[in-house]
Design a protein around this ligand. Structure first.
Ligand code: SF4
Length: 339
C-alpha cells in the first residue's frame, strides 16, 4: 500500500505553496504519464497536487504583440482544434494530432506535454539499472536495445530521447514557457527548457523544483503559409517517432527569408541548429539546399548498434519535409507517412 496525501489546488498560488519539494510532491494535470510511472513502481509521491480544477490556466487567447497564449492546463485536443491555432499555427495543430491517441490527447495537457519523461524501455523497467531513474546505476541502453535512442547530444550516462511531438513544433515556432514560483514569474526560452543528459541525466529540464508552468506563448510568426511536420515511425498511429521534423518557412517566391527546422526522436531535447537555418536564408528552397542544411544539422551525429540508420533517415526527412512545407495544402489533414 502506497499512502499519499492528495491536495486539490484551486489556484496557481495554492499549487505553488505545495511544491517546494518536487522530489516528494508530484503534480497531476492530465495524468497520462505520471500514472504510468506510478503503476510501474517507478515513482512514489508523498503528496499529489491535483491541478485539474485550476480554471485560470485553461485559456487560449491572442496576445497584444499578435502572438498566442496557451494555458498550461488546456488539453492537447482543445489546443489542436482551436480556431486560432488551426488558422495561424497549423504546424502546431498538425504536430499535436500526430501524437498519441485521441483519448490521450483529450486528457493530456500542454504543460504536461513538456514535462513527460522519456519512453526508454529500460527507464520503465524497475528491475533494470538506469542513470536517469537511479543516478550512478548505469545505462543498459548504450550496449543494449537502442533502436529508438539518440544520435545527437547523448552522453556516456544516457542516450534517451525526449518523446514529444508537440514540443518539436513549439521549438520550431520559437515558443516561450512562462513559469511561476513564490519568487514571481519568469520566462524560459523553449530552446533552454529541455536539457541534454550530460552527467545529470536525471534532470530533464531547467525548471526549478518549486516552479509551476503556467503558460506557453507563441510569437506572431506562425508559418501558416509554409509548414510541415513529418513523423517517421514503425506504425501510423500511437507510436513514438524514430525521426520527426517540423519545418516552418517564410518565402519570397522560391527564396527562403526565414527557415525554422526542429527535429524530434534524435536527442534528449528538440534539436535545432541555428547555423543550418542561417545557411538557408537567401537560398532557393531546393532539395540540394535542404540537403546541405541537413548536413549541418546532423554534423557530429553518432549512432549505436541498432540506431545508426537514423542518421541517413534524418537527412532524407529534412529534405522531404522542406519540399512538403512548400505546399502544405497538398497534405491530407492528419496524414503521416510510415516507413
Ligand atoms: Fe536510463 Fe537514459 Fe540509459 Fe535509458 S538511455 S537506460 S533512460 S540512462
Amino acid at each position: 500500500m502506497n499512502n499519499f496525501n492528495y491536495i486539490k489546488a484551486d489556484s496557481p498560488d495554492h499549487a505553488i505553496q505545495q511544491i517546494s519539494d518536487r522530489q516528494r510532491t508530484f503534480l497531476l494535470a492530465g495524468g497520462t504519464n505520471i500514472i504510468d510511472l506510478w503503476k510501474y513502481n517507478l515513482t512514489h509521491p508523498d503528496t499529489l497536487v491535483d491541478l485539474s480544477q485550476i480554471k485560470g490556466l485553461k485559456t487560449i487567447h491572442t496576445l497584444e504583440n499578435g502572438g498566442l497564449h496557451l494555458g498550461a492546463l488546456v488539453s492537447n485536443s482543445d489546443t489542436a482544434h482551436h480556431e486560432l491555432v488551426k488558422s495561424k499555427y497549423p504546424l502546431l495543430s498538425k504536430t499535436i494530432l500526430a501524437g498519441a491517441t485521441a483519448q490521450i490527447r483529450n486528457s493530456a495537457t500542454n504543460g504536461g506535454n513538456l514535462m513527460q519523461r522519456t519512453r526508454c524501455h529500460y527507464f520503465y523497467d524497475a528491475a533494470a539499472p538506469c542513470n536517469k531513474r537511479n543516478p550512478g546505476s548505469g545505462c543498459p541502453a548504450i550496449k543494449g536495445h537502442n533502436r529508438m535512442h539518440a544520435i545527437l547530444g547523448h552522453s556516456d550516462q544516457c542516450i534517451a530521447v525526449f518523446p514529444s511531438d508537440m514540443c518539436i513544433a513549439l521549438a520550431a515556432l520559437d515558443a516561450i514557457v512562462k513559469v511561476k514560483s513564490s519568487r514571481g514569474e519568469r520566462i524560459i526560452k523553449f530552446s533552454d527548457f529541455h536539457r541534454l543528459p550530460g552527467d545529470q541525466p536525471e534532470k530533464d529540464n531547467t525548471l526549478e523544483n518549486d516552479e509551476l508552468i503556467i503558460a506557453i506563448e507563441l510569437p506572431n510568426e506562425g508559418f501558416s503559409d509554409h509548414y510541415s511536420y513529418l513523423k517517421l515511425r514503425d506504425r501510423n498511429s500511437y507510436a513514438f517517432a524514430l525521426i520527426s521534423v517540423a519545418t516552418g518557412l517564410v518565402l519570397d517566391g522560391q527564396i527562403i527569408q526565414k527557415a525554422n527546422i526542429a527535429l524530434g526522436g534524435v536527442a534528449h531535447q528538440p534539436w535545432r541548429v541555428p547555423e543550418a537555418e542561417e545557411f538557408l536564408i537567401g537560398k532557393d528552397a531546393t532539395p540540394e539546399n535542404f540537403a546541405n542544411a541537413a548536413d549541418i544539422i546532423l554534423a557530429g551525429a553518432k549512432g549505436f548498434e541498432h540506431n545508426s540508420f537514423k542518421i541517413p533517415l534524418a537527412k532524407q526527412a529534412i529534405i522531404r519535409n522542406g519540399a512538403m512545407a512548400l505546399h502544405p495544402e497538398r497534405q491530407r489533414p492528419g496524414a503521416q507517412p510510415s516507413l
